[in-house]
Write a protein that binds this ligand. Structure first.
Ligand SMILES: [Fe+2]
Ligand SMILES: [Fe+2]
Length: 487
């Protein structure tokens, strides 16, 4: 068996490193799917900037070697972006790392008995990719800078590429039903009544830039956790696909984390300059043209809790089946030291007891969603810690925290409880009465919306967000990240 080259063939309609040139069936299937994808991009992709030149990154290889970077940067009109099919290099000795087939050679073809399960995993992952593009399509018009606009569009084209990645797997390995699923991925629409996207958070709106940064921080990070566990898959083409997607995904989290940092920094700078030391005096802080920290906390509560629901029910026989079958592993399975089968293992899940919380042990196999969610929370807390460092260094007395796991949940073992962000259980009436202490209300949304004025002059930033400290590809501060086609 030959190992595929890590360089990508760009002299063809669909750039790829999977030897599409010699795979006529799949190439034709993808070529037939392509026009529908472009139609979808024009209908549901960024609204109003399709003829602008955007300074975008395009992957040209799947690994960095010496001075050869895996991506190049250049001005591109988004509809001309080279969406391609890129898989991380094959390891011919790779073994299935967990589950009942642990130690057997990784599968290069779909095992018949797991076909339906595997297809479902790929479709669910694939559905999230175009959904976020749809959710973010109007944000370009209110971008706080050309730099941020460029980052939004970079995230959008890469989510488009991730859709290609999943569609390739469907078309290559699932025959006719794979092609049907590929068509359905272009038919569903975020927020639609008749054909919504498959997961709740992907049908919510992303109406403003604070929402966008929190979405990339929390919800793209859920995506990262899912990709990390699918990168462990015994089905090798899925593993290799996800491993390369993770290379791109790191940037999406960078956008979210630094975006919120810059908002928090700007708020603290404005407060300090005005001699204000009470971060909870919301009206006074807002009068400075920046977003007050309590409102940022409410938005954190909202986006975090919506994202926790994406992990699915804490106790799930589906996730046990995926693991046993060797299809979906744990976060960084290869670094964990246990038997990787988990028949005897247990995992603790917080549950209410005597007015407080205690930890109940469950079979680890059934609690894999809870475990992945806990790994997610740990990872989130690293970023939240960096936001708090920015606040502390500015001398403002405020701390952003993640709410309790049971707060504002719609899915899983906590969904019928009414918990405050601190984890106190209250009656439904009390919760509803106090809900807007914890979650944004119409006035909060209207205030944020009032700040969303475009700032399209190179080197300028809206009042409520600081200039970035590190810029993409070391470009100068007045760099024209997007050359606007229309005034
Ligand atoms: Fe993605
Ligand atoms: Fe992403």
């Amino acid at each position: 068996m030959t190992t595929l080259d890590s360089t990508v063939d760009y002299d063809v309609l669909i750039p790829n490193n999977v030897a599409l040139a010699s795979d006529a069936r799949v190439r034709r299937g993808l070529e037939r799917w392509h026009p529908g994808y472009i139609d979808w991009w024009m209908d549901m992709g960024p609204d109003g900037f399709q003829t602008s030149d955007v300074y975008l990154r395009t992957a040209v290889r799947v690994e960095s070697k010496g001075a050869d970077k895996w991506a190049v940067f250049d001005y591109v009109k988004m509809p001309d972006y080279r969406w391609g099919i890129l898989l991380a290099p094959e390891d011919p000795d790779r073994k299935i790392p967990f589950g009942r087939h642990r130690g057997e050679p990784a599968w290069q073809e779909v095992p018949g008995e797991y076909r339906a399960m595997l297809r479902r995993l790929i479709v669910i992952q694939g559905d999230t990719e175009p959904a976020s593009v749809e959710q973010q399509r109007f944000l370009g018009k209110t971008a706080p800078s050309l730099y941020d606009m460029r980052n939004l569009f970079q995230v959008n084209v890469e989510e488009g590429r991730h859709l290609w990645a999943m569609v390739y797997l469907l078309q290559k390995y699932f025959g006719r039903d794979g092609r049907e699923e590929a068509g359905e991925l272009l038919r569903r629409r975020s927020g639609s009544e008749d054909a919504p996207r498959m997961l709740g958070a992907f049908n919510e709106e992303t109406p403003d830039w604070l929402s966008f940064f929190l979405f990339t921080f929390f919800t793209d990070r859920d995506g990262r956790m899912q990709l990390e566990s699918l990168a462990q898959s015994g089905f090798d083409p899925l593993s290799r696909t996800c491993r390369f997607m993770l290379t791109e995904e790191a940037f999406h989290m960078f956008v979210g984390e630094t975006g919120v940092t810059r908002i928090v920094q700007r708020t603290c700078e404005a407060m300090t300059a005005a001699g204000m030391d009470d971060p909870t005096d919301v009206e006074a802080v807002r009068a400075l043209g920046v977003i007050d920290l309590p409102t940022i906390q409410k938005k954190v509560n909202l986006h975090y809790s919506l994202t926790l629901d994406l992990f699915g029910s804490e106790l799930s026989t589906n996730s046990a089946n995926f693991f046993n079958a060797g299809l979906k592993g744990r976060f960084r399975e290869h670094r964990l030291e246990d038997d990787h089968r988990l028949h005897e293992a247990t995992y603790g899940i917080p549950e209410p007891s005597n007015g407080g919380w205690s930890v109940a042990l469950h079979p680890a196999l059934n609690a894999l969603n809870a475990r992945l969610r806990d790994d997610f929370t740990d990872d989130c807390n690293l970023g939240v810690g960096r936001w708090n460092k920015t606040i502390r260094e500015s001398g403002v007395d405020f701390e952003i925290t993640l709410p309790h796991v049971a707060f504002h949940r719609q899915i899983g073992v906590y969904r019928d409880l009414h918990a405050t962000p601190e984890g106190d259980l209250v009656s439904e009436d009390d919760w509803n009465r106090r809900r807007h202490e914890w979650l944004p209300d119409d006035a909060d949304r209207a205030f944020i919306e009032s700040l969303m004025k475009p700032e399209f002059r190179p080197g300028h930033y809206a009042s409520w967000i600081a200039e970035p400290r590190i810029r993409i590809n070391h470009k100068p501060g007045d760099f024209e990240w997007v050359k606007l086609a229309e005034a």
